[in-house]
Design a protein. Structure first.
Length: 198
């Protein structure tokens, strides 16, 4: 498999992965993604803008999208702000969003590898020290998953209505590249740039 930066042309691929994940989550006793936040238009605009800004990546198995993730080099102050957030926001980090693994690729550790890839790449490209992720507030099983994979809680979004308000971070220093990675980068992928870099 290979990972490559997605474009706006990949909106249908990302949408298909999101729809499949939403249906799967409905069977797991969680309300995660069951209602678009704050509505479908705003959600779709965020996804399209992320694609347009070069924040979204897709893992391809041939021509099949196996997983997607969006990564940013700066935090959204509406989600990550002190004192509700206890992270040191001045430290360089990569922020992971919309991590989705296709149904046929679940239980392979692909999502965890994708998160670690984002961290290692951000460390290499601009010295990031942390991987940070905002997690669906009511999905406590997902909170446990992140705790088991090396994340630590670091507070909550100050907006109680924001549905993905549980904040977690993981130090990149402890991540080791897999001996047999499930995916490699397609040639010629652009470097990540720290917030404020030209």
């Amino acid at each position: 498999m290979r990972i490559a930066l997605a474009t706006v042309d990949n909106l249908p691929d990302v949408g298909k992965l999101a729809d499949e994940a939403t249906a799967w989550l409905a069977t797991k006793g969680t309300d995660q993604w069951q209602s678009a936040w704050p509505d479908e238009t705003a959600r779709d605009t965020r996804v399209r803008q992320g694609l347009g800004r070069g924040e979204t990546w897709i893992v391809w198995d041939g021509d099949i999208p196996a997983a997607t993730v969006s990564i940013t080099t700066s935090h959204d102050p509406a989600v990550w702000s002190e004192p509700a957030c206890t992270c040191r926001l001045s430290e360089p980090a990569v922020y992971v969003h919309r991590l989705i693994t296709a149904k046929d690729y679940k239980k392979r550790g692909l999502g965890a590898e994708l998160i670690n890839w984002a961290g290692l790449r951000a460390s290499r490209d601009y010295g990031a020290r942390w991987i940070r992720i905002d997690v669906w507030t009511t999905n406590t099983a997902l909170h446990e998953y992140y705790l088991e994979t090396g994340f630590e809680p670091c507070g909550f979004c100050p907006d109680p209505d924001y549905p993905s308000g549980a904040l977690f971070q993981k130090p990149i220093a402890g991540i080791v590249s897999p001996a047999a990675p499930q995916f490699t980068e397609s040639p010629g992928q652009p470097a990540l740039r720290a917030a404020g870099d030209p």
